[in-house]
Design a protein around this ligand. Structure first.
Ligand SMILES: Nc1ncnc2c1ncn2[C@@H]1O[C@H](COP(=O)(O)OP(=O)(O)OP(=O)(O)O)[C@@H](O)[C@H]1O
Length: 228
């Protein structure tokens, strides 16, 4: 569960990047966040990961009060949130298997558990046969599927995706969205920042529209108000 209460983020004094945001996302929801460039979408994601602190207001993620969370408890917050970016961010010198396993090694999972989980993730994203490939041997869509597998391997309850289809053609974009929908149906809360309005319209999910640091609409089933 994600709760923001009157959250403002100012990078420098002047126009805030987020301006008095109130938002509640329940466990198990699928939510799109749309809005023109500079409206505050990436800032929202950074606040949820506590990469940034809010200037004012309160943020809760899975009952953790982020304003007061100690440095020691940050890893446990971040383990519970998977993240996927537009540019995949895979390790270029590791193969697919190791890219996914790496996320488990850093949390010191036992190796017998790592193997089973990595293979299960690869199967979920349909890439079992590519486990030995290196990122530069994969298409963009395949690289993003690996990134999704890596984001989920530690079984986070929330998956944040910042423009996950920004570098992909329509066919691969749909493939990624189908996977995200399936992940959500299995119980993970999924939040997707996107500019792909065709997908937003077709998928009929809750859609939050941001403009100038404010939420200007929050609609069930794919309605939105958007001007680029
Ligand atoms: N590190 C920073 N320092 C100062 N201002 C910043 C910083 N990061 C973002 N901003 C500003 O905050 C506002 C919101 O930016 P943000 O990146 O959250 O927008 P966005 O909706 O994700 O945009 P896009 O769709 O282009 O990715 C913008 O006006 C941006 O210029």
């Amino acid at each position: 569960m994600i709760i923001l209460e009157n959250v403002t983020k100012e990078y420098t004094s002047g126009t805030p990047a987020l301006n008095g945001i109130d938002l509640r996302i329940e466990k198990g929801e699928f939510v799109f966040v749309v809005g023109n460039s500079g409206s505050g979408k990436s800032t929202l994601i950074k606040l949820l990961l506590k990469e940034l602190d809010a200037t004012s207001g309160k943020i809760y993620v899975n009952k953790k009060y982020l304003n007061k969370i100690t440095r020691k408890r940050l890893p446990s917050l971040r383990r519970d949130i998977g993240v996927v970016f537009q540019d995949f961010r895979l390790l270029p010198d590791r193969n697919v298997y190791d890219n996914i396993a790496f996320a488990m090694k850093v949390v010191e999972a036992p190796s017998r558990i790592i193997r089973g989980r990595v293979l299960a993730m690869l199967s979920m994203v349909g890439l079992l046969d590519k486990y030995k490939s290196f990122p530069n041997e994969l298409s963009g869509g395949e690289q993003q599927r690996v990134a999704i597998a890596r984001a989920l391997v530690n079984e986070p309850s929330i998956l944040l995706c910042d423009e996950p289809t920004g570098n992909l053609d329509p066919e691969n974009s749909w493939e990624i969205m189908k996977i995200l929908d399936e992940i959500n149906k299995r119980g993970t809360t999924v939040l997707v920042v996107t500019h792909n309005m065709e997908i937003v319209q077709a998928m009929k999910k809750r859609t939050i529209t941001m403009n100038n640091g404010k939420i200007i609409s929050d609609v069930e089933k794919g309605g939105y108000f958007y001007e680029d």
